[in-house]
Ligand binder design. Structure first.
Ligand SMILES: *Cc1c(COP(=O)(O)O)cnc(C)c1O
Length: 463
């Protein structure tokens, strides 16, 4: 660098505003706290300081401020985007693990808001004294599943851990080799068994396990037979597993507990929708399972929680375990679960639970919504919309093979590529998450609430 240039870079540095000066114009930036804005202002000023040597020496004070302002706006934008925010799920994956699994009903959201303040979490309003924690939600679970007793914890992983720790610590748990599975997110059945202190006793083979395999494995140190629903994959061909009734008869005759981790947690028969591998919770209990665990935010369609249901003497042991205190759910979750379960008590209202509504939505209904949206869309727009047939999926590691017939909106643009269109939708004010298939951007209205269609149209118009 020439000495002259160095002098002008130094001269430019003297024109840099202070953090305080910048803050005066940006004090109340869009939903971020003052401390965060201050550190972003510092970053933006530093960026421009680093550029000083490359700037035209005649750059004015105002132009330097504008440069800092632009850098700051980009920092603020990216800080806001990393915050938890509402998105429109147009992927057609109903229980989308990355997008918060089950969306809650309006009633469940309202119940959460109500409970967020003071609420009757452990208070008996009739008696005016301390009461049990969420007895009504436990009562609802029993009512709907036929269980004698129930308990709610943080998620299904916590439920499985509590069951194994409380009932099988330092004793043998008998499990089929075909069910030593990984659920995803590093949750593996052998690991959870090891963490709980249980001694894993594997029987049978990957594809076939018989009742005899279980029978032979039972010893004086066995406490529990574990059955895991292989939620996220399918074994087809030469396979065998004893039925729950057979396992239950065996467990009873040998004084063992039969525990099923069913995962998905459907309370309705999904067979008519072509979903054949998601058994109902109540069917397992009827078959003689002593204790069952499932997720609240998969097929049940509620908030993130794990539900444990079954024999009252077994539930009582879990309730008394010291881990229970560490795993219990928050008041807002208890409220949302309660509000999700209430519609299940009434056949007609049940389909208002968003997950069920999306599962049950017919091809014809989705097609009609898609056609209306395309018809209303501005014909002069460079965005081209077309309707094609396709499939929605259940997601959430449930019903792996099942696909639901749907009608998709395919989006193309006069000048942008599919991946550019997808990015523009994703970075809209309310992000719209689409899928790209065969180099086409596809939108599935099955997972878009009717009230969110306006956001979708606005996002398309913004491309
Ligand atoms: C999904 C699932 C889990 C984990 O449930 P979370 O609620 O995510 O903790 C555990 N077991 C089975 C069989 C599952 O399908």
């Amino acid at each position: 660098m020439q000495p002259g240039e160095k002098r002008s870079a130094n001269a430019l540095l003297r024109l840099l505003p202070s953090v305080d000066e910048m803050l005066q114009t940006r004090a109340a930036a869009d939903g971020l706290g003052r401390r965060q804005i201050t550190s972003l202002v510092r970053l933006a000023i530093n960026d421009i300081r680093g550029l000083a040597a490359t700037l035209d020496p005649k750059t004015s004070r105002e132009e330097i401020r504008d440069l800092i302002d632009a850098a700051l706006a980009a920092y603020i934008d990216s800080a806001r985007r990393s915050a938890l925010t509402q998105v429109v799920n147009a992927t057609g994956v109903i229980i989308h693990t990355n997008l918060g699994r089950a969306p809650l009903s309006a009633e469940a959201s309202a119940a959460m808001r109500g409970a967020a303040r003071y609420c009757s979490l452990e208070y008996d309003i009739q008696a005016g004294t301390r009461g049990l924690r969420s007895p009504f939600v436990e009562h609802l679970i029993c009512d709907l599943t036929g269980a004698e007793a129930s308990l709610v914890v943080n998620n299904c992983a916590a439920a499985a851990f509590l069951v194994l720790k409380a009932l099988a610590d330092r004793s043998e748990v008998i499990v089929s080799r075909g069910q030593l599975i990984e659920i995803g997110g590093d949750f593996r059945i052998p690991d959870i068994l090891a963490q709980s202190g249980a001694i894993m006793c594997e029987v049978g083979t990957t594809n076939r396990t018989t009742l005899g395999d279980f029978e032979e494995a039972i010893s004086d140190s066995s406490s529990l037979i574990l059955r895991v629903h292989p939620s996220n994959f399918r074994v087809i061909g030469f396979t065998a597993q004893p039925s729950l009734v057979e396992l239950s008869t065996l467990a009873r005759s040998r004084g063992l507990i039969l525990y099923e981790n069913i995962g998905g947690g459907s309370l309705i028969d999904l067979e008519p929708l072509g979903i054949s591998d998601e058994p109902r919770v109540q069917d397992s209990l009827t078959a003689g399972v002593d204790i069952i665990t499932f997720s609240g935010d998969k097929l049940l369609g509620g908030p993130q929680c794990g539900i444990i249901a079954g024999r009252s003497d077994v539930i009582a042991r879990l309730r008394k375990h010291p881990l229970m205190r560490a795993l219990r759910v928050d008041k807002t979750i208890a409220a949302a679960l309660e509000a999700t379960l209430i519609p299940y008590t009434n056949e007609r209202e049940m389909s208002e639970v968003p997950v069920l509504k999306m599962l049950l939505m017919s091809y014809a209904e989705i097609k009609e919504r898609a056609e209306k949206l395309v018809e209303r869309f501005d014909k002069r727009s460079p965005v081209r919309l077309a309707i094609i047939d396709g499939m929605s999926v259940v997601g959430g590691g449930a019903a792996p093979g099942a696909e639901l017939r749907t009608s998709l909106i395919s989006v193309t643009h006069r000048q942008y590529t599919s991946s550019e269109i997808e990015t523009k939708l994703r970075t809209f004010d309310t992000p719209v998450i689409a899928r790209i298939d065969d180099d086409r951007v596809l939108l599935d209205l099955r997972t878009v609430a009717v009230e969110d269609e306006a956001i979708l149209t606005a996002a398309l118009n913004s491309i």
